[in-house]
Design a binder for this molecule. Structure first.
Ligand SMILES: C[S@@+](CC[C@H](N)C(=O)[O-])C[C@H]1O[C@@H](n2cnc3c(N)ncnc32)[C@H](O)[C@@H]1O
Length: 266
């Protein structure tokens, strides 16, 4: 969960946005230890019993935490204090919040709107290949590659983003993209399935386990790619990947900031 990415104006979002989130996302929020976050969450959930009910039933492992947060929050707060607490939580979860509005994500996220797909095509030959995009999001990499590849599989754990991609596939009449649920550490495919496995802004939390799973589904001789988009902030270099045998390619992106992308052959 990230902060200060500048992707949303939190005051434009309802606290009901949490009703559109997945169990794993709510779990991240409920597991945060920062005292200010926990107090604001207690106030916000106390003022939004439907959201509290949803979290308790979607994430039963956190039901007691929800009750405790609400019980320990100040009992009487004004409407303004409640809204301030809601906005604090929404801002603290801005990546997950923008995933609830994929159309705004496409416009609002620097890595999507500033990116040139030629950066990806320069990394490997996609013609006729079977490709996997992990954590596909709104489909930045998936839709670009579908113009060249035989088939693209887009794995994405957030339902609102899967629906966005499926709506786009139908609207554009694309017949070589398949969208499915899944996580980078448990990809729903057999060993050695793909010629190319790519992701952007996804790996990093558990790098060795993630790379092992990526390598598992890549065919011998296939490519593993890390392709973030251009950002208003510098991206990389990333020693954790180069230390594990990835080639690092640098360019200056459309916002004038450094971007580092990576590839490795299995
Ligand atoms: C910042 S977005 C990037 C989206 C897309 N890869 C791109 O670069 O345009 C991160 C994406 O990773 C997904 N994600 C988060 N945790 C994940 C996990 N453990 N496994 C796979 N995808 C994950 C999110 O739902 C989100 O769609």
């Amino acid at each position: 969960m990230s902060l200060n990415l500048g992707w949303i104006k939190p005051e434009e979002y309802s606290f009901n946005s949490l009703l559109l989130m997945e169990r794993f996302q709510l779990g991240y929020a409920l597991g945060r230890e920062k005292p200010e976050f926990r107090q604001a969450l207690g106030i916000a959930l106390g003022g939004n019993p439907t959201v509290a009910w949803y979290i308790k039933h979607r994430c039963p492992e956190y039901a007691a935490t929800v009750d405790k947060l609400v019980a320990s929050a100040p009992k009487v707060v004004s409407a303004d204090q409640l809204r301030q607490a809601e906005i604090y939580i929404l801002a603290s979860m801005e990546d997950f919040v923008i995933y609830t509005t994929p159309h705004k994500m496409v416009m609002g996220c620097d890595f999507i709107r500033g990116w040139d797909s030629q950066r990806l095509f320069d990394l490997a030959g996609f013609e006729g290949k079977t490709v996997l995009d992990i954590g596909a999001g709104s489909g930045r990499l998936t839709f670009a590659v579908a113009e060249k590849a035989a088939m693209v599989y887009a794995v994405e754990p957030v339902g609102t983003l899967r629906e966005f991609m499926r709506d786009e596939i139908a609207r554009l009449g694309i017949d070589n993209i398949r969208v499915t649920d899944g996580f980078v550490m448990a990809l729903p495919f057999p060993d050695a399935t793909f010629d190319i496995v790519m992701s952007g802004h996804v790996v990093g939390d558990h790098i060795d386990e993630e790379l092992a799973e990526i390598e598992r589904v890549t065919k011998p001789g296939g490519w593993m790619l890390n392709v973030p988009g251009d950002s208003e902030f510098d991206i990389g270099p990333w020693e954790e990947l180069t230390a594990r045998g990835f080639e690092e390619i640098h360019y200056v992106g459309s916002f004038g900031k450094d971007v580092h992308i990576h590839r490795k052959r299995k």
